[in-house]
Design a protein around this ligand. Sequence first.
Ligand code: NAD
Ligand code: TYD
Length: 362
Amino acid sequence: MSGWRRRIAVTGGCGFIGGAYLRQMVPRHPEDLYVNIDALTYAASPERVAAVAHEGNYVFERVDIRDTKAVVECLGRHSITDVVHFAAESHNDRAILTPLRFVETNVVGTANLLESWRVVAKGSGGRFHHISTDEVYGSLPIEGGEGFTESTPYDPSSPYSASKAAADHLVRAWHRTFGLDVVITNCSNNFGPFQFPEKLLPVMISNALSGRRLPVYGDGMNVRDWIHVEDHCDALDLVLRQGRAGRTYNIGADCEIPNITLVTMLCEIIDQREGPLPGGRSRASLIEFVPDRPGHDRRYAIDASRIREELGWSPRHEFRQALEDTVDWYRTHRAWVENCQKSDEFRAYAERNYGERSGDVS
Ligand code: NAD
Ligand code: TYD
């Protein structure tokens, strides 16, 4: 029970960002205990936390955040002080196929976790940190329009972003009503190692490495604002420890790129490393424009002035170098990607998502 400065429950720690967070924080804060609470859905990979699994300040618990009894028991048994809440259904294309699953996990699961923590951690002096997305703000026009600030009105377009917006509102309500110490961070699109091969970068890199087609939705001019996952996690560490109670912080690295430009850059990087395709063709010849995603937001962009000015955060990764390193990570971890793709669950998803777009990714 005693000895640790904080006893932090990290939900979704076997996910892409939660795993990166634990790989960074467990060695950085040996005075804190990290309890990874994860239900191990299709999106989980224990390999993401293999590097810290044997550390003395790390524990894993297989618990579903929708299960009140199990959550209360787990938080109580570890005398949890703080919660850093990553666990979610996170992929927009899946939210179109199974929207209610997103409401159950992202909305009901978050309410359940909040309420369980309110009861169990009363008086611990801890904090609830909700990890959210810039997608709650909706879509910006392609030209003009400043980036999202913390006072931009919520205007979500998809079942995923609406469920995350609902969760943000719940967290704020528990702050105002019950006086809980909460912080919310809304971050832009992450990239880096161990991202599940259903998101843009890993789909494009793994398909390009295997000579398969590169399915770009719509006209490819949708803009995303990219940040390396380690820069996001550094920002999260600052917000948990130094952010103001009840406050929201937007996180982004000023890196807006149209999808087609990014996919073309990836093709160039892979051609340089692997040589051209048979016949001397560039991998850019694999690009295929496919029917658009319904409700596809045109542009996201983050104004991160608040976290830069108040907490002194800035990203340390240079985009082009980080992109090349990410490509190299996928080149040397093809078995991990293939393992993610081999389940019946993944194949069924890929068939439904891309089948209707006339092709396949598996
Ligand atoms: P991910 O899909 O890679 O991982 C989600 C993890 O949560 C998995 O390990 C899964 O097993 C776990 N999980 C899902 N349902 C659960 C449940 N009911 N109980 C317990 N565990 C459960 O997600 P990610 O990309 O790492 O995103 C993490 C968080 O960051 C999410 O809340 C997401 O909304 C947010 N976010 C993601 C991005 C991005 O670019 N990926 C950007 C901004 C914010
Ligand atoms: P994604 O990685 O799913 O993240 P998000 O929906 O949270 O932004 O998609 C990033 C962008 O890439 C988005 O504009 C949709 C587009 N996209 C494609 O064009 N093709 C694909 O196969 C995927 C997965 C995404």
